[in-house]
Design a protein around this ligand. Structure first.
Ligand SMILES: Nc1ncnc2c1ncn2[C@@H]1O[C@H](COP(=O)(O)OP(=O)(O)OP(=O)(O)O)[C@@H](O)[C@H]1O
Ligand SMILES: [Mg+2]
Length: 506
């Protein structure tokens, strides 16, 4: 189905999110939509799927006779009925419902007026099978990991038979393998005549799967439905940022490996299933914890932070045994900060102003006579707005109104402001645009240079190879190998993958 969004305008208080952006979709194509954080990508998708109403512009669909006819989607259901399916950037799952119920939500099979539970579970299994995902469909969604939830969200979009499928950063928390399986499905849909829109900050996957590209900058389309093959990676990036953009030059850093580790795990086992995990992070060092999604990395750091049960082993902070009770305790007693991958639930208070979010970890420091002044909170935001290039209307704006990438910046700013000795950072650049990603990387390297010990979890192998001094590889809740990182992409990625495969086979 041919579909056109023409000269869309959308204004929020203080922000013009879209300012004449257009999107043209041809049947049988994979179309990339690119742009920096806050460029307007998600807003455009929400207009096309009836979540928001545009202030200007129009939507045109195939009239079935070779022409186009104007249409209007007053509600998401209208867009769905017109054959438009979507995976939004933020999760829309019901945690108390089972995997099967969530997947079948918009396409509930019924028999004689009753929900056909067997058919519902079969549908869910079929959708998950397409993605080669093994999950118990009767399990409650609330108990899944972030990556698993994302896969369920994609399966849910596949459950509805749509001719246009919009994917807003679908692979943000997936591994390369999982993303590849998604793209196999995407190519199949294209070959069957569907059009698929892919929003992504990962240019490698965009070049691997997309045919055409639309680039948004400040709410306008600066490239419209252009063949992707005409552009180099550099040209795409320059169009996105509106000027020439230089990548980060890599330098080798020196780490004092004899120093007492700031954080050390000694044969730690957990109730989640980790067995005898040992690792050490020296002050000023970046230890990368790599593994496939489901390897148990996030669960391990959650156990260290007291959020899961440790059954044996010792955790030491600066050489002394530590018993951390929770995230607040980690900060107060051990000066340890935790940037979670799960920013929606744990990282950012969406119904609070940005300034409150950034200041929440530093209240003790900036509180005078027990009161935190608005002015102090706001000036704190100004510092990080500049350093992280946050795109916000005002420090008092609610965090929930920010674009996904800008929420992620708020989550990191909060911990940077806290002045920690040890930072545990889980997937720092998921959903972050290229320009800011380089800035984040520089910032993380800069933090290590100030002697902060950093434990970094990332499923983005290039990122790991850029940042880590040493890489520890985890598979199935055990450490399966460790290596010094010489920042050679080819060699390191091969070494890491063979550790994972050897570890899994054992
Ligand atoms: N509900 C809202 N209320 C107020 N402002 C909003 C709202 N939704 C989006 N915005 C603003 O509109 C602009 C565009 O946001 P949008 O989410 O479309 O960006 P994006 O291109 O998807 O970015 P990202 O890559 O970070 O996801 C941003 O400045 C954002 O703060
Ligand atoms: Mg977005």
């Amino acid at each position: 189905m041919k579909f056109v969004a023409e000269k869309l305008v959308k204004t929020f208080p203080g922000v013009r999110a879209l300012d004449g952006a257009s999107l043209v979709l041809e049947p049988g194509s994979v179309h990339a939509m690119l742009g920096e954080n806050g460029a307007g990508k998600s807003t455009l998708i929400k207009i096309v799927t009836g979540v928001y109403q545009p202030d200007g512009g129009r939507l045109l669909v195939d009239d079935g006779a070779g022409g186009l006819t104007e249409t209007r989607f007053a509600r998401p259901q209208d867009a769905q009925r017109a054959g438009i399916g979507v995976v939004h950037q933020e999760r829309n799952l019901i945690p108390e419902f089972s995997v099967a119920e969530n997947i079948a939500l918009q396409a509930v099979p019924t028999r004689r007026g009753f929900v056909d539970r067997a058919a519902m579970r079969a549908l869910a299994r079929r959708c998950l099978d397409q993605l080669d995902v093994r999950l118990d469909v009767d399990q409650a969604v609330g108990s899944l990991s972030v990556a698993q939830m994302q896969l369920v969200e994609i399966a849910k979009a596949l459950a509805v038979d749509s001719t246009v499928l919009l994917l807003d950063e679908p692979t943000a928390s997936l591994t390369g393998d999982e993303a590849d399986r998604l793209f196999t499905v995407v190519r199949r849909l294209r070959d069957q005549g569907h059009s698929v829109v892919l929003v992504s900050h990962k240019l490698e996957e965009v070049f691997a799967v997309a045919d055409t590209v639309t680039i948004l900058r400040d709410g306008r389309s600066v490239a419209e439905a252009h063949p992707l093959a005409d552009y180099s990676r550099q040209e795409i990036v320059n169009l996105m940022v509106g000027r020439a953009h230089a990548d980060l030059a890599l330098q080798s850093r020196r780490v004092d490996t004899d120093a007492t580790p700031a954080l050390e795990l000694q044969e730690v086992s957990t109730a989640m299933g980790h067995r005898d995990v040992s690792l050490r992070v020296q002050p000023g060092a970046i230890l990368g914890l790599y593994g496939l999604v489901g390897a148990g990395r996030s669960e391990l750091v959650r156990a260290v932070l007291g959020l899961e049960t440790i059954t044996s082993g010792v955790i030491r902070v600066h050489g002394k045994p530590a018993r951390i009770r929770n995230v607040g305790d980690a900060l107060r007693r051990y000066r340890m900060g935790y940037v979670t991958e799960n920013r929606k639930e744990e990282g950012v208070f969406l119904d609070q102003p940005i300034s409150r979010n950034v200041a929440v970890t530093v209240w003790q420091r900036i509180a005078r006579a027990g009161v935190v002044r608005d002015r102090d909170e706001r000036s704190l935001v100004e510092i990080y707005r500049e350093r992280l290039g946050m795109r916000i209307a005002a420090p008092g704006q609610l965090a929930g109104q920010l674009s996904g990438g800008n929420q992620q910046k708020v989550s990191l700013a909060k911990w940077l402001a806290a002045d920690c000795d040890i930072l545990v950072i889980d997937e720092p650049t998921v959903g972050i645009d290229v320009r800011t990603k380089a800035a984040f990387h520089e910032l993380i390297l800069g933090l290590a240079d100030t002697r902060i010990a950093i434990l970094l979890i990332s499923s983005d192998l290039p990122e790991m190879i850029t940042l880590a001094d040493r890489i520890t590889v985890m598979s199935e809740y055990r450490i399966v190998g460790e290596l010094d990182n010489d920042h050679d992409y080819q060699a390191t990625s091969q070494a890491v993958m063979s550790m994972i495969h050897a570890g899994t086979a054992a």
